[in-house]
Design a protein around this ligand. Structure first.
Ligand code: ATP
Ligand code: MG
Length: 431
């Protein structure tokens, strides 16, 4: 017996029953983004490996241990399945000189790949909605992107998602903080865990982000970046908060919020929930003014965020907000030679009128076809036997409880079926 092949660990199939929710979610996302003037951009899933090493930073979890990198055996190119979308988006903006003339707002939606330990809310293939803006330097766009999040949670019927905000200042400000931070943590070298010791001289800011309970006491006493920020950075931070205050959005300032990618400066933020266990961050982002230049483009201020789709869908399901999938309109039952020749034309005619039709395939008697029609969830069965066929008619049979609207099946001429169905849908809506 041959062994069946399974999907790659941590990479999930999304099956009918679940995939409908994804589609509804994606529709909501697209109209939400459109309402803020964001334009879709479609990017490759595979990029040259050096792009991510340069953009995300060598000393990050992603580049150190999470990337699916490989050599294309056909031509020796070093390639990586994208672990996030910003790097590829910036690459495209530079390559096609998109930000040369005016500022722009872009978004994408798609699969990302990280070799992590699969668990609830953490997969090796997962989906992100990414939102990026280029050419806006002021705090207004940061604030707009944060308010976008608040609106989306509302559109999705989600509550209890809190905003955490911080500023990472600029590179020179981080440098002066960094030396103090290293000196501070060196005093407690014995108490640092392995991760922290590894990061101490490469990326000490990341130590602040540690979730290790044993480290919390040391971290709380660490020097604050805030005390190293100049007037401009502070004004930017205040500018963001001002807009959020005016909008009445509650903000938690979290001085320990840093991001797992090196390219951020000034504003960083996360949207978090307590309802998903350890994987509680559903959206994360911030400003990355240096990245375009770092990747070879003209200096261009930029700001963006990414949402984890699986985590948001889990939250939607958890809060009972899952919409009922829409059923099909018609199941088309047909038996007999003349009927079966007429049936495809009837089905196409209905679809011409915008009616969805599940066409019975595979033959069988009326009784077994009607069973399938009942099980399909369709609103109507359109039944064609040779009797109907010779009269140029069909039998229209309502399948769902209909509050007295058209309870009985009836014979209708072929060119009247669509109207009859449409009218009864209207009657249903009125009831
Ligand atoms: P975490 O701290 O949870 O590892 P991160 O900082 O690595 O998150 P980002 O790179 O900022 O995450 O990605 C943005 C969002 O994408 C996260 O907030 C999360 O919702 C989602 N995400 C990241 N990694 C995964 C994953 N492996 N599986 C599912 N969703 C993920
Ligand atoms: Mg991570």
């Amino acid at each position: 017996m041959s062994q069946t092949i399974q999907s790659v660990r941590g990479m999930n199939d999304i099956l009918p029953g679940e995939s409908e929710l994804w589609e509804i979610f994606e529709e909501t996302i697209r109209s939400w983004l459109k309402s803020y003037g964001y334009k879709p951009i479609r990017l490759p899933i595979v990029e040259p490996t050096p792009l991510f090493r340069r953009a995300i930073g060598e000393v990050t979890d992603i580049v150190e241990k999470e990337m699916y990198s490989f050599t294309d055996s056909l031509n020796g190119e070093l390639l990586t399945l994208r672990p996030e979308g910003t790097a590829g988006c910036v690459r495209a903006v530079i390559q096609h000189k998109l930000a040369a003339q005016h500022a722009l707002r872009l978004y994408y939606l798609g699969q990302m790949f990280r070799h992590e330990r699969p668990q609830k809310g953490r997969y090796r293939q997962f989906n992100q909605v990414g939102v990026e803006s280029f050419g806006f330097a002021g705090p207004d766009i940061d604030a707009e992107q944060i308010l976008m999040g608040a609106r989306l949670w509302d559109d999705l019927g989600l509550d209890g998602i809190r905003l955490q905000l911080n500023t990472l200042g600029q590179l020179d400000e981080r440098a002066s903080h960094r030396s103090q931070l290293i000196a501070y943590f060196e005093k407690y070298a014995d108490l640092l865990d392995e991760d922290a010791r590894r990061r101490l001289h490469t990326n000490p800011l990341r130590i602040l982000d540690s979730k290790n309970p044993a480290m919390q006491e040391i971290i709380v006493g660490a020097p604050r970046l805030m005390d190293h920020l100049g007037a401009q950075s502070l004004a930017h931070f205040e500018g963001v908060q001002q807009v959020l205050r005016d909008a009445g959005l509650p903000v938690e300032i979290n001085h320990r919020l840093v991001r797992g990618l090196d390219y951020y400066n000034l504003t960083v933020f996360e949207w978090v929930t307590d309802r998903l266990g350890a994987q509680g961050t559903v959206c994360a982002g911030g400003r990355y003014d240096g990245l375009v230049e770092q990747l070879g483009g003209k200096p261009t201020p930029a700001c963006g965020f990414a949402m984890g789709v699986e985590r948001l869908l889990a939250l939607i399901r958890e809060s009972g907000g899952e919409p009922a999938p829409e059923g099909i309109d018609v199941y088309l039952v047909h038996q007999g030679e003349a009927a079966s020749r007429m049936a495809p034309r009837v089905a196409e005619g209905l679809r011409d009128q915008g009616i969805d039709v599940l066409f019975h395939c595979g033959g069988g008697g009326f009784k077994s076809q009607m069973k399938k029609a009942d099980a399909s969830g369709a609103a109507f069965a359109v039944i064609i036997g040779d009797d109907e066929a010779s009269a140029g008619e069909v039998t229209l049979k309502p399948l769902r409880a209909s509050d007295g609207v058209m309870n009985q099946q009836k014979r209708v001429s072929v060119d009247r079926v669509a109207d009859e169905i449409m009218n009864s849908f209207l009657d249903w809506e009125e009831k």
